[in-house]
Design a protein around this ligand. Structure first.
Ligand code: ADP
Ligand code: ASP
Ligand code: MG
Length: 409
């Protein structure tokens, strides 16, 4: 008998028919003798609807009340799923994040899980009951409802699996695993049988929305066995996130391509090329709580240089305001320019560690398509470029083909 945490995403429980189908699937698992804790997201579209409602009433919604509103989608889903299970004669109970005591910090809309009290779940499991928990939500030490950020149900599932020391955490979604890239952009993308934890962490942080990054971080920290599977297919092994590079079943240099449209680029032009200039520009940005991703500074000409960096698109205007108000005159910059129509395309693979030439092949492929590279950043297992947003799909498809990701290995 295994203890398994299963998470079903929004599309998997998108209609009452789908909820009944999921109940059938869970019931079969339980009948096979497993203990199950199930995490569900809100029905698809529901969280977006709730966010829109909140913004209709308050343009900049109060974070505490925002969480009260947007967390309700999951509560509906857990109740409906339990009803579908009870209807089948399966003993089940639903719990909100607060009820099973998923304790978080107080950063509303992006709270972090601090502690989970698994007693209540254990008691239900011992009595042969299936436990259904609302994803995406928790409570802080004062009992305020918090949410974990978009896609946060993945993190709830992995955190529960860690707390319960489950044998496996299974993320059921609308694709049958992690693919070489988003199959919505490249239909030839292939499912990976396995992907290393490090690669998954990079892919999630570079924009692959298949798993919320924090869920991957949790899996790494607590060594949770994590698998991504389809809730629409009866069979299939999905994709296993592995911790051992050696046991990786596929030997490709590149495992996947990720992309992200959520960034914007800012360039501070004609600043004196002297010590302290990066701090003078990025210090105030940091003080304004704006996260910076890529940074490049050019070599100086005539004692002047340019410095470019990227920020989340939501914080683009705020960053420009900070620079114009607090930085521009102070450091005597010639100009501040911004571009919010950029995107970041990244190639990820542990195979890069041992192979040179990947970067040059990437740059050649983009050059052949006439795509200008604006920024580059690399780490041991990834290369990212910033390009014009309008070439994103072309770049991803060209790279996918050039690196043979559409070919079976
Ligand atoms: P859920 O509602 O189940 O959480 P999501 O929409 O959050 O589902 O995540 C599944 C989607 O992630 C897929 O439909 C797919 O379009 C997208 N996706 C992005 N990158 C990848 C990838 N590398 N492999 C598979 N799916 C990906
Ligand atoms: N319902 C939340 C969202 O849409 C959480 C999730 O689906 O994981 O972001
Ligand atoms: Mg998701």
């Amino acid at each position: 008998m295994a203890l398994i945490v299963q998470k079903f995403g929004g599309t998997s429980v998108g209609t009452t028919e789908r909820i009944k189908a999921v109940a059938g699937r869970i019931a079969a698992f339980k009948a096979a003798g497993h203990q199950l804790v199930v995490v569900v997201s809100a029905m698809s579209g529901e969280t977006n609807r709730l966010i829109a409602l909140a913004k209709e009433v308050q343009t900049e919604p109060d974070p505490r009340e925002f969480d009260v509103v947007v967390s309700t989608g999951e509560q509906v889903a857990i109740g409906l799923l339990c009803m579908a299970l009870l209807e089948r004669g399966v003993k089940a109970r639903s719990y909100t994040g607060g009820q099973v005591s998923i304790l978080t910090d107080s950063s509303h809309t992006k709270a972090r899980i601090r502690k989970i009290d698994e007693e209540r779940m254990r008691a239900d499991l011992a009595e042969g009951r299936l436990v259904v928990v609302a994803g995406f939500q928790g409570v802080d030490a004062e009992g305020n409802v918090t949410t974990l950020g978009r896609g946060g149900s993945d993190t709830t599932a992995v955190a529960l699996a860690a707390a319960l020391k489950a044998d496996e955490c299974q993320i059921y979604t609308d694709v049958d695993g992690v693919y070489t890239t988003d199959p919505r952009i490249v239909p030839e993308a292939r499912r990976l049988k396995s992907v290393t934890f490090e690669e998954m962490l990079e892919m999630a942080s570079l924009g692959s929305k298949i798993l919320q990054i924090r869920s991957v971080e949790f899996a790494g920290k607590y060594k949770v066995r994590l698998r991504v599977l389809s809730s629409f297919q009866e069979q299939g092994e999905g994709t296993l996130i592995t911790f051992e590079e050696d046991t990786k079943m596929e030997d490709a240099l590149i495992s996947g391509i990720a992309f992200n449209r959520d960034e914007a680029k800012i360039t501070v032009m004609g600043v004196p090329d002297r010590p302290g200039i990066a701090y003078a520009i990025l210090g105030p940005i940091g003080d304004a709580n704006i996260d910076v991703d890529m940074i490049i500074q050019n070599a100086g000409v005539d004692g002047l240089t340019d410095l470019s960096f990227t920020v989340h698109r939501n914080e683009y205007q705020k960053a420009l305001d900070v620079l114009n108000l607090k930085v521009k005159d102070h450091i005597k910059a010639a100009d501040i320019r911004g571009d919010h129509k950029i995107c970041k395309v990244s190639m990820v693979g542990v195979g890069m560690r041992t192979h040179a030439g990947i970067a040059s092949q990437m740059f050649r492929t983009l050059a052949e398509e006439g795509i200008n590279i604006q920024m580059i950043s690399t780490s041991e297992i990834k290369i990212s470029v910033v390009i014009d947003e309008k070439y994103m799909e072309l770049a991803v498809r060209a790279l996918h083909k050039a690196f043979g990701l559409d070919q079976p290995t």
